[in-house]
Design a binder for this molecule. Structure first.
Ligand code: NAD
Length: 359
């Protein structure tokens, strides 16, 4: 008879930079530490192993979390340790091979970082391996679990500000993927994960590289959902008034300040709702929700909102915005495209070639 609440072994691949969190546009947030802390808090998980190509990072992580099995090759770890679950805290270009190898090695559940995959071809491949092996994959779109955003979604859809018109966000100094992927996913969440009909994307790409790939200095994605609601994510420039995002309805608006305060305006006037971290547990709560959702799915439950069947469409939207910039055209979804590299690299290469021709 199957154990009622089995314990699962877990491993972290890509443990994160040793030392302090010095996250910048080039990496160094050491999100693997957050994964490990989340595993450690969960009574149904035993963190047993880790893998990282950087021996210093590996050693620091093993000491910090008391993990005795450390590997500089993740494939060796998968075959020797055979963990039930793995988390992937490396950069986007590594996600597809790591997911494929983990699934082929018999891993049951994967917690993968965003941006999820590097190309439309990678997205198809990951969906294929999930189908053939049954591996359950959740993506770290943890903001879906924050109460301020859940409340904003409710108010955007229940008539408080009329009918949904548009969500707009601006991210000062960032991009459409390393940061923007959170808001692309969030705008799908606000629109109840309805299909996106089309997306326009445009990019300014210079020489910036970060997280192992070419990064736009400024990017914009503009898209429409099935119900006519629209999304606009400005990856690069913030919004006036210092707000994180605004949700506009036919009869009012919701401004999101930080990630914990809503200012609601409609014919009844203006009111503010706050969701302070100390009341619900903050980021720790969100990460625990994500891991618990993965565990219940691996146990045999339904796919959660952060599971591949749903959030693969956030990755599709993200990539489609880039493909739109590559094609110089609107892209209609579902995305029909076989590009097998990070699309921003294509834009970067074109610019370099154009500069070469001119010089
Ligand atoms: N969900 C979130 O809120 C959140 C927050 C921060 C970062 N992230 C994402 O996490 C990812 C990692 O970012 P970071 O800033 O934590 O990076 P980091 O630089 O701190 O850590 C990345 C780690 O991956 C290792 N690595 C690289 N290639 C590898 C390989 N082939 N095999 C094994 N290990 C490898 C590096 O040595 C390093 O230890 C990024 O995609 C980033 O967008 C997500």
């Amino acid at each position: 008879m199957a154990q009622a609440n089995p314990t699962y072994t877990a491993a972290v691949i890509g443990v994160g930079k040793a030392g302090q969190d010095t996250g910048t546009r080039t990496g160094g947030f050491r999100i693997g530490y957050t994964h490990a802390e989340t595993f450690k808090r969960n009574p149904r998980i035993q963190l047993t192993a880790c893998a990282d190509i950087n021996a210093d990072n590996l050693r620091a992580f093993m000491n910090r979390f008391g993990v005795s099995h450390g590997f500089t090759e993740y494939e060796a770890m998968l075959h020797e340790v055979k963990p039930d679950l793995v988390s992937i805290g490396t950069y986007v270009g590594w996600h597809r091979p790591m997911i494929e190898k983990a699934a082929e090695a018999g891993v049951k559940g994967i917690l993968c970082e965003k941006p999820f995959v590097a190309s439309p071809a990678d997205l198809k491949a990951v969906q294929r391996i999930a189908q053939t092996t049954g591996v359950k994959i959740v993506v770290a779109h943890i903001r879906r679990y924050l109460p301020a955003f859940a409340r904003a979604r409710q108010l955007y859809n229940d008539g408080t500000i009329g009918r949904p018109v548009m969500c707009v966000a601006g991210i000062e100094g960032w991009d459409l993927s390393e940061w923007g992927s959170h808001w692309l996913d969030m705008f799908r969440f606000f629109h109840n994960d309805q299909p996106v009909k089309w997306v326009f994307g445009q990019l300014r790409v210079r020489d910036t590289r970060g997280f192992g790939h070419a990064m736009e200095d400024h990017g914009v994605a503009y898209f429409e959902f099935e119900n006519g609601g629209k999304g606009l994510v400005d990856g690069g420039r913030g919004l006036n008034g210092g707000m994180t995002m605004a949700l506009l309805g036919t009869q009012g608006s919701i401004r999101v300040l930080g990630e914990d305060t809503l200012v609601i305006q409609n014919a009844a006037g203006q009111c503010e709702e706050r969701f302070p971290a100390e009341q619900f547990g903050g980021w720790t709560y969100a990460w625990d929700c994500l891991l618990n959702d993965l565990i219940q799915w691996v146990d045999g439950g339904d796919a959660p909102m952060t599971g591949l069947p749903n959030v693969s469409r956030s990755a599709e939207l993200n990539l489609a915005a880039y493909i739109s910039a590559v094609r110089g055209d609107r892209v209609d979804l579902p995305l029909e495209d076989d590009t097998d590299e990070w699309p921003v690299e294509i834009v970067a290469r074109r610019r370099a070639q154009a500069l070469d021709v001119r010089s």
